[in-house]
Design a protein. Structure first.
Length: 478
C-alpha cells in the first residue's frame, strides 16, 4: 500500500528531532534486489520531512547541525539517503527565514575559522552567485527568453526526449531515481544536482536552459542565481570551456552503494565515453553598474520611518525583516501577497507552492508580532503590482517599504510595481541588507577573488563582535 506523503505545510509542524533521526547511509549487500533498491529510494523520498519551512524549525536544524560543522568539509560530497552530512537549509536560506550572515556569525562564534572554513565558503557561494547575477541581469532575461523560444520552436523529438528524462525515464537508474527524488521532495543534494545537470547537458545533449527550468519549477530552494549559474557552470559557460562531466567513477566514489544497486545505464556515463558538448553561442554578459541602496528608509535622518503613513511589504526573498535594519521601522500595515499569476506563469510545482505559502505565513506572523501593527495577506490573481497598489490605496498609504527583490521573477516585477503605485502618486522605498550591499558588488569576477574579500569582511566583523562584547557597546556588523 502506498505510504501517505506529508505536505510541506505539515513539514513545518513536525519536530526537528525526528527529522534528524532519519537513517543515514546503508551498507550495500552484494546481491541486492529490486525491492531493496525501491526501499532505499523511499528512504530518500521521505527526506521531505527535513526541509524546515519556518524560522524556528530552521534555527533548530542549525543548532542540531552545529556539532558536526567541523566534519562538513570531509563529508559534504557524500550522497546518502536522508542527506545527514549537509544542512538541508537551502530552502530556508533562499526565503531568508534565516540569513547566511546569521549562520556564518554563529559558526564563527563557536568554532575556529580553519575548522569550519569549507562550510563558511559554501554558505558564501550563495552570495557570490547573487551578486554575480545582480551585476549581469541580462543573463537571467536571456535564459528566460531561451526557455520560451525552445518550448515554441525546438525540434519535437528533442522536446519528447526532454519530457522522458524529466519523467524519470532517461534510462540510467540512479539518475532516474534522483529525478523522482527531485519531483517528490523538492530537493537534491549538490553533488546529485551536478551529476544530473551534467548528464542532461553532456550525455543527453539537451539544452541547459530547459534543464534549469525543470529544476527551477521543482526545487524548494529554487533561486534564479544559484540555479541559473549552477547550470551554466556545469555547461561550461560560467568558466568558459570548463564543463562539469558526470563520470561513473565519481558516482561510484560518492554515492551510497545502495543507490547504485541497479546498475542499469551506468555504461552511458563510463569515464571513457562522456565528453563535453560544444558550447552554444551567446552574447557576452552585459555588466551593469551597482546601484547602492539604504538598509532602512530615512535612517540617515536619524529615523527609520519616513514621514507619512507607510506599509511594509513582506515577500518571499526576505522573511526575517524584523531581524534587519527595517526592524526599527514603525509601519502602519504589513502585507504579504501570494501572486497566483506569477506562480502559474512559472509552472511552480505544488510542493514548492506549499513550501512558499508556509514560509510566507511564518514570516508575516513573526513580523506582525514584532511590529505590532495590522497584517494583511492576500492571494491574488490580479497580479502583484495591482495588489500592492490596491491595498496602498485602501489603507491611505504614501507607499511601501520593502527589501528590493534581486534579479529573478520578483525582480522582473519591479517596474510594474513602481508604475502601478506611481499612478496614484505613491512610491516604493527599496532597501537592502548591509551584508548584501557590501558583498554582492564584489562578485565582479571569479569566486576566489570574491572569497578573499569576503574573508577580510568576516575578519572585520568578528573583531567588531569581540570588541562590542568587551566594551558592552552595541554590536557593529560590517
Ligand atoms: C545545477 C545546480 C543547480 C542549483 N540550483 C540551486 C537553487 O536553485 N537554489 C539553491 O539554493 N542552490 C542551488 N544549487 C546549489 C546547491 O546545490 C544547493 O544550495 C545545496 O545543495 C543546498 O543543500 P544544503 O542546504 O543541504 O547545502 P549545504 O551543503 O548544507 O550548504 C549550506 C548552504 O550553503 C549554500 N551552498 C552550498 N553549496 C552551494 C552552491 N554550490 N551554490 C550556492 N550556494 C551553495 C546554500 O545556501 C546551502 O544551503 C544548485 C547547484 C547546481 C550544481
Amino acid at each position: 500500500m502506498p505510504r501517505p506523503r506529508m505536505t510541506a505545510a505539515t513539514t513545518a509542524a513536525r519536530s526537528e528531532p525526528s527529522s534528524t533521526a532519519l537513517p543515514g547511509s546503508r551498507t550495500r549487500s552484494p546481491g541486492v534486489e529490486e525491492s531493496e533498491f525501491q526501499t532505499t529510494l523511499d528512504v530518500m523520498l521521505d527526506s521531505e520531512a527535513t526541509f524546515p519551512a519556518t524560522r524556528a524549525a530552521a534555527l533548530a536544524r542549525w543548532q542540531a547541525f552545529l556539532p558536526q560543522a567541523t566534519r562538513y568539509g570531509a563529508l559534504r560530497n557524500q550522497v546518502v539517503p536522508g542527506h545527514p552530512h549537509v544542512t538541508r537549509l537551502s530552502p530556508a536560506l533562499r526565503a531568508r527565514l534565516v540569513t547566511t550572515e546569521a549562520l556564518v556569525g554563529s559558526l564563527l562564534e563557536t568554532c575556529r575559522f580553519a575548522a569550519v572554513e569549507k562550510l563558511v565558503q559554501e554558505l558564501v557561494w550563495r552570495d557570490y552567485w547573487k551578486g554575480w547575477l545582480e551585476l549581469r541581469p541580462s543573463v537571467w532575461s536571456d535564459y528566460r527568453a531561451e526557455v520560451d523560444r525552445l518550448r515554441r520552436q525546438a525540434d519535437p523529438a528533442l522536446l519528447r526526449r526532454a519530457e522522458a528524462v524529466m519523467a524519470g525515464q532517461g534510462g540510467i537508474a540512479v539518475l532516474d531515481g534522483f529525478t523522482r527524488e527531485l519531483i517528490e521532495t523538492g530537493y537534491l543534494h549538490n553533488h546529485a544536482r551536478m551529476w544530473w545537470a551534467g548528464y542532461w547537458i553532456h550525455v543527453e545533449r539537451l539544452p541547459w536552459a530547459l534543464g534549469a527550468d525543470f529544476f527551477y519549477r521543482h526545487l524548494l530552494d529554487a533561486d534564479p542565481a544559484s540555479n541559473t549559474l549552477g547550470w551554466r557552470w556545469v555547461a561550461g559557460l560560467q568558466t568558459r570551456g570548463k564543463a562539469y562531466l558526470p563520470r561513473r567513477s565519481n558516482l561510484e566514489k560518492y554515492c551510497a552503494a545502495n543507490l547504485l544497486a541497479d546498475p542499469t545505464g551506468l555504461e552511458r556515463i563510463d569515464d571513457s565515453v562522456v565528453a563535453a558538448v560544444p558550447l552554444p553561442d551567446e552574447r557576452p554578459a552585459e555588466r551593469v553598474a551597482w546601484k547602492p541602496l539604504p538598509d532602512a528608509p530615512g535612517i540617515t535622518e536619524g529615523s527609520a520611518t519616513p514621514p507619512g503613513s507607510w506599509g511594509l511589504w513582506v515577500h518571499g526573498e526576505d522573511l526575517s525583516v524584523e531581524e534587519s535594519a527595517l526592524g526599527q521601522m514603525r509601519p502602519d500595515v504589513l502585507l504579504s501577497v501570494f501572486d497566483a499569476q506569477r506562480v502559474a506563469a512559472l509552472g511552480m510545482a505544488p510542493r514548492r507552492i506549499a513550501y512558499l505559502k508556509t514560509a510566507l505565513a511564518d514570516g508575516l506572523a513573526r513580523a506582525g508580532h514584532h511590529f505590532k501593527c495590522p497584517i494583511e495577506s492576500c492571494e491574488t490573481g490580479e497580479g502583484l503590482a495591482e495588489a500592492l497598489a490596491r491595498v496602498a490605496q485602501e489603507r491611505g498609504l504614501a507607499g511601501w517599504v520593502a527589501m528590493r527583490p534581486s534579479v529573478g521573477p520578483l525582480g522582473d516585477a519591479i517596474p510594474a510595481i513602481e508604475a502601478a503605485l506611481a499612478r496614484d502618486g505613491r512610491k516604493v522605498i527599496w532597501c537592502r541588507r548591509r551584508w548584501d550591499e557590501h558583498l554582492w558588488p564584489q562578485a565582479s569576477a571569479g569566486f576566489f577573488g570574491f572569497w578573499e574579500k569576503a574573508q577580510r569582511r568576516l575578519a572585520t566583523q568578528a573583531a567588531a563582535r569581540a570588541k562590542s562584547r568587551d566594551s558592552q557597546q552595541p554590536e557593529l556588523l560590517f
